[in-house]
Design a protein around this ligand. Structure first.
Ligand SMILES: Nc1ncnc2c1ncn2[C@@H]1O[C@H](COP(=O)(O)OP(=O)(O)OP(=O)(O)O)[C@@H](O)[C@H]1O
Ligand SMILES: [Mg+2]
Length: 499
């Protein structure tokens, strides 16, 4: 039996023989052999290794430098789950207008996510330096190469199916929720932004409206019902898919000015973590075609609002009806509309709008909410509000005691006071909007809570008196404007005599 020393001697002479053979080969053959060995090495290594890896590059493709959304989702997930054990961190101010410091992993930092059923998932943030394939090179290193970052997830081979089917989808889901929670909401508008190109269809500013469901004064039953509905909608991806319905929902908010329709939209946006798109159909140049483009350029998880829909309906219907009457250029001139735009396809029409809300186009993307608002429910076209198109109609009405308690809590920090009984009674006898109540509760100068409440009582009493007077004049068949004139005449005639 050969000793171990003999084995090593045999191995050494084989290697020497191989070395001599290698050096006797021509340079070209050696280069080719080197290339083949280099290309086979990772394959062989992965064949024998018990680990696998998935790489998530920061950019989808180095020609366009389009950001890979998954990269941001993973970064956010790791930031919240695995930061504690990381030794090398980077800090920056968040770029959404807030002043928070944001920590993230530094390049080449490894972390292990232990939250997945006890299986260690190793993540590493690495960098790649490549020769740019074209002239665009936004991130050059000192050699002119393109430097980009990527996350690598390393896991055991036998966990492959588990990672692909369960772990990664859960990282994506949690990362998206965290992004939504942390992100500053944005308010988009299509109104006269004056910017060209597809990026310019919408311009946006940070969404700063402070109203939330906690500060919103409305019927508590209706509020709870709406919150439940929103929760169901958010969780409804599977459901909508199963029943073959686009994952979208329509809400119609109606009620007098100052009853909180816009405040409710703000509360919905904060609750869901969605951006808001304020779609102004009367903005210059908005046509059916433009409307589709605008819609295609909204993101998932967004609220698309169309305010004062009753006014839009009138515009649309008027245009639609007038079109049938118009036969020549002179009539177009009379209507003062540009000649070129006087074709249905060049205008926003009711059918164009309905197609967007409920037709084929509405199925584009997912998790979108349409909110239409109006002060004149009775003027709406039935087609616009038919069942199924607007899933929920929410009436925002005048302020009553329950809603008042919320406002008193917001503005004065109190939820009960002896004057609440009288205020509740006066509110039920008048048509007072939450906006008017809120205005009266605003501490002006050195007014304390007691004085604010007393001021509100005075305002409500005046409103009640005015209402009673109006009702009395109506019952006598006179308008309140006529009454003073009548009284004057009654006092004196033209010559100064009493009549
Ligand atoms: N229900 C409410 N809860 C809390 N605050 C309210 C409510 N309604 C009105 N307000 C107060 O009045 C202001 C105006 O309300 P908001 O803009 O939401 O009314 P709106 O119904 O959208 O009115 P409009 O029909 O004129 O657009 C709000 O900024 C808020 O201060
Ligand atoms: Mg409003």
């Amino acid at each position: 039996m050969a000793s171990s020393v003999d084995k090593w001697v045999g191995f050494g002479s084989t290697m020497v023989g191989f070395g001599l053979l290698w050096s006797s080969l021509p340079e070209r053959v050696r280069e080719e052999a080197r290339d083949i060995i280099t290309s086979w090495t990772p394959m062989l290594a992965s064949y024998f290794s018990s680990y696998e890896q998935i790489t998530i590059p920061e950019y989808n493709d180095d020609r366009q430098f389009q950001k890979n959304k998954l990269f941001d989702v993973v970064a956010t997930y790791l930031r919240s789950r695995c930061m504690e054990e990381a030794r090398m961190l980077k800090a920056q101010l968040s770029n959404d207008g807030r002043e928070d410091t944001q920590l993230s992993l530094d390049d080449d930092q490894d972390v292990v996510d232990k939250s997945f059923r006890g299986y260690p998932m190793r993540w590493c943030l690495g960098t790649t330096s490549k020769n740019p394939s074209n002239r665009i090179n936004p991130f050059p290193d000192e050699h002119g190469n393109t430097v980009t970052r990527h996350y690598t997830l390393v896991f055991r081979k036998r966990q492959r199916q588990l990672v692909l089917n369960t772990y990664l989808p859960s990282v994506v889901q949690q990362g998206r929720v965290l992004i939504a929670e942390n992100q500053q909401r944005r308010l988009f508008t299509n109104h006269n932004n004056g910017m060209g190109g597809p990026q310019g269809l919408w311009s946006h500013i940070p969404w700063k409206h402070p109203a939330t469901f906690d500060t919103l004064a409305m019927d508590p039953v209706k509020k709870d019902e709406l919150i439940e509905d929103l929760k169901m909608f958010q969780k409804g991806k599977e459901y909508h898919h199963r029943v073959g319905k686009a994952w979208k929902r329509g809400y119609l908010l109606y009620g007098p000015p100052g009853t909180g329709k816009s405040s409710l939209i703000s509360a919905m946006s904060h609750f869901l973590g969605y951006d808001v798109y304020d779609l102004d159909l009367t903005a210059a140049g908005t046509t059916n075609n433009e409307l589709r483009k605008l819609f295609l350029n909204t993101t998932d998880r967004s609220i698309i609002i169309i305010e004062d829909i009753h006014a839009i309906r009138q515009d649309l219907t008027t245009m639609f009806n007038d079109k049938k009457k118009v036969t020549n250029g002179d009539e177009l001139q009379q209507l003062r509309l540009p000649r070129d735009s006087w074709y249905e396809r060049d205008r926003v029409t009711l059918s164009g709008l309905l197609n967007l809300i409920d037709g084929l186009w509405s199925a584009f993307g997912g998790e979108r909410i349409f909110v239409l608002t109006t002060n004149h429910f009775d003027q709406l076209d039935p087609a616009l509000i038919r069942e199924g198109r607007m899933d929920m109609r929410i009436e925002m009405s005048y302020c009553r005691l329950e809603a008042f308690r919320v406002l008193a809590g917001n503005y004065l920090g109190i939820t009960d006071h002896p004057s609440f009984v009288e205020i509740g009674q006066l509110l039920s006898e008048t048509e007072t909007t939450p906006a008017v109540v809120a205005h009266n509760l605003m501490p002006r100068g050195k007014r304390n809570a007691q004085e604010c409440l007393a001021g509100l009582v005075q305002t409500l009493k005046k409103k009640k008196k005015a209402k009673t007077e109006t009702q009395t004049s109506r019952s006598r068949g006179m308008s309140p404007v006529e009454r003073p004139t009548y009284n004057l005449r009654k006092k004196k005639d033209g010559r100064g005599n009493r009549s």
